[in-house]
Design a protein. Sequence first.
Length: 597
Amino acid sequence: MRTTYCGLVNEALLGQTVTLMGWAHRRRDHGGVIFIDLRDREGLVQIVCDPDRAEMFAAAEDVRNEFCLKITGLVRARPAGTENANLTSGKIEVLCHALEVLNPSVTPPFQLDDDNLSETTRLTHRVLDLRRPAMQKNLMLRYRVAMETRKFLDAHGFIDIETPMLTKSTPEGARDYLVPSRVNEGMFFALPQSPQLFKQLLMVAGFDRYYQITKCFRDEDLRADRQPEFTQIDIETSFLTEEQIREMFEGMISTVFRLTIGVELPAFPVMKYAEAMHRYGSDKPDLRIRLEFTELTDVMKDVDFKVFSAPAQAKGGRVAALCIPGGGEMSRGEIDGYTEFVKIYGAKGLAWIKINDAGKGREGLQSPIVKNLHDAAIAEIVARTGAGSGDLIFFGADKAKVVNDALGALRVKIGHSDFGKARGLFEDKWAPLWVVDFPMFEHDEENGRWAAVHHPFTAPKDGHEDLMDTDPAACIAKAYDMVLNGWELGGGSVRIHRAEVQSKVFAALKIGPEEAQEKFGFLLDALQYGAPPHGGLAFGLDRIVTMMAGAESIRDVIAFPKTQRAQDLLTHAPSAVDEKQLKELHIRLRNPQAAKG
């Protein structure tokens, strides 16, 4: 029906007659000549309708925004001075010979080129929102990322194998989405949080290189980079070491970036988890920001200021500083704003010192806390932070997690602020990183037991197996995360392939033999049949495309996303169901008003 896409018409087609299909993006009547910007997924082309062809011109007069049109016309050069350098078709236009309205449109609820739409409006009218050029570009980019990923994996011997969507509920960190079974009364399937267990079973089954681009589901609190259903590039391989796995998939991500958006990522440095937390307070540090923590726990143990000395002396406490070059220019109001900001992360406040004159010692400092610190501590603070005249030092003092979370978030906020960019604290670049050697376990203070940092199938470092019995806190995992510009693009680990090691992990997690058999028996049984050494990782496709597109939220790169309340405003899901359906599923609601009928 058409000869080419609107957005692909260019000078190569000069003098040719083309047939185009698309939507009227904009119609302009210029004193008897009608211009229509015709749009399809590839872009725009300008259509010129002269009154010489009466029937065609009459049809053009009735065209309005979002009418679906068929245009046949002659490709010609635009008059000098009217070219549009932003369009592929910017040097040409199509002189319309015939125009057919394939389908008219009612007046749209918004203009597609309106950049000030609320997200509620966009998601309620998502079909129209997806017509907008920015969204078309994002979803086309998503397609290309998926295709280049598949090409890379296929070239390296990986095969695409589907795993079940209806599976068993297992404790993997987040809440499961449960699906009641009509046939098996009182029983529930769970939607997979990831294909983790099945991909390990595929390794045992001998499919030594597996991948899948698949939906995963987690019933958790949402934010900009989370959705209840998200897309994962899930990968597993046998007979490769941790280093070989990282090398292969660093190559994959670099290849995908190069072929889809023309970006050559630099080499990926490797940083241990402990170093990342020590320097940046985060296991996904944004290395574009030129700010680092200064450790002061040992310095503060003997000061009179209890806000510092108490956490410095407490087990698991930390005192750290963040020196802001030029921060002395910040007003008290700005400092108070940052104080309120860190409280979001559990901090009780934000102590600070301005270095007005580094050459005057104590007299050159401005701060409400200086009087509580002895001279040796002040000298050590200035020396370690390298603070000079005009700088500002922020302090965090609390449990290590609170300090890391609060100062880590403050580091990012200041680095990305106008102040940070003006002061050269932020470098606009691509900054990838591997974070490795994560701890195997973290202590759940609420339940008084150890929990797996990643998942309970992660292998310990060689020689750390016995630490699971004697000192779980010291046990390091063969786990790794890929980080880019402060976002975790993906993560994974070498898996446990020996049943006796898996049993040790369960014991450390206080999962007894009976519970382990009930929840993971199918995996434990499979490991007994010569399971190979294996490992892998999973990348968040939504996050990768969001970064490439420069979008603010992963909702901008997903065709039909949910809101932060896990609702679909387009289809009005979730919704009530008929009482008959509930009876078939053997379900009775505590609140009968929630059911229809």
